[in-house]
Design a protein around this ligand. Structure first.
Ligand SMILES: Nc1ncnc2c1ncn2[C@@H]1O[C@H](COP(=O)(O)OP(=O)(O)OP(=O)(O)O)[C@@H](O)[C@H]1O
Length: 263
């Protein structure tokens, strides 16, 4: 198992009251997996992802990467967030943004040039290397963030609702880009989303979370062909069945939390 989450619990301690965001989560991700995490909004997805990325300390339980406990941001992980506007440096060119983490890795100039050039080509931005992020559309900025993560050659790529802020057409293009890159490069990916269709379309496996305080409601194998396509896959009967199943699970999770909050 490449990445393991064991009995993870996170309680935010406030001055007036504490909020139990994640109650107890245990799951693992194998090398090369593409796993989607989906759950009702506010269910604790971002909290979980931040704990996995070493940005938050769990209240109990642990995250292990290659059998080593995560206690701070591991050098082998890259994260792509939803807010591309805040994750790129506006005063740096596209090329410099993608190169920045490689400088911290202390790679030679030649190695950096090769990795940045290749990553920008992979995401279709080879010609935009000298532009500044603010000159690009939202979808292009998110491509830059993806290129930056890929150039870094992480063991694990964590993505937190990365396409939530772009329009539907761009989103479909970016979904296909991510699947294409995953199939070609085989990078282990954990993709967090509240969009059921997106989770089923992208993942090999979907983990459905309950409402906060979060536990796992279900883990589902997505037995759709690896070759996916926005038109054929989404009109496939199996796709429709899977999305209906996940939808029902999430509705049930929401109902339970409403009942819970009145009991
Ligand atoms: N810093 C914090 N302090 C206190 N409570 C917090 C904090 N961050 C999140 N929470 C609470 O923890 C719960 C889970 O929040 P989180 O942002 O992880 O959920 P999410 O599933 O990512 O939400 P969304 O679907 O809106 O992106 C929510 O009830 C939220 O109000």
């Amino acid at each position: 198992m490449l990445l393991e989450v064991h009995g993870l619990k996170k309680v935010y301690e406030g001055r007036q009251r504490s909020v139990e965001a994640v109650r107890s989560l245990t799951f693992g991700i194998d090398d090369g997996d593409f796993v989607c995490l989906v759950g009702p909004s506010g269910c604790g997805k971002t909290t979980l992802l931040k704990c996995m990325a070493g940005l938050l300390t769990p209240t109990a339980g642990e995250v292990r990467l290659r059998d080593k406990q995560v206690t701070g941001p591991p050098p082998d992980m890259a994260v792509v967030f939803q807010e591309y506007g805040r994750s790129l440096f506006p005063w740096m060119s596209v090329w410099d943004n993608v190169e920045l983490p490689l400088r911290q890795k202390r790679l030679s100039k030649g190695q950096r040039r090769e990795l940045v050039g290749r990553a920008l080509t992979e995401v279709g931005l080879a010609d935009a290397d000298a532009a500044y992020p603010w000159q690009l559309s939202g979808g292009m900025q998110q491509r830059v963030a993806i290129a930056r993560a890929l150039a870094y050659e992480p063991l694990v790529l964590l993505m937190d609702e990365p396409f939530a802020a772009v329009d539907a057409q761009t989103r479909a293009d970016l979904e296909d880009l991510i699947r294409k890159l995953w199939r070609r490069l085989g990078v282990t990916t954990l993709f967090v989303t509240h969009d059921i269709d997106e989770a089923v379309y992208l993942g090999q496996r979907v983990i459905v979370l309950s409402s906060s305080p979060t536990v796992i409601r279900e883990e589902l194998e997505i037995d759709l062909p690896d070759e996916r396509d926005q038109l054929t896959t989404r009109s496939n009967t199996r796709f429709t069945e899977l999305r209906a199943h996940v939808y029902a699970q999430i509705q049930a999770a929401k109902r339970e939390s409403t009942v819970g909050s009145y009991s």
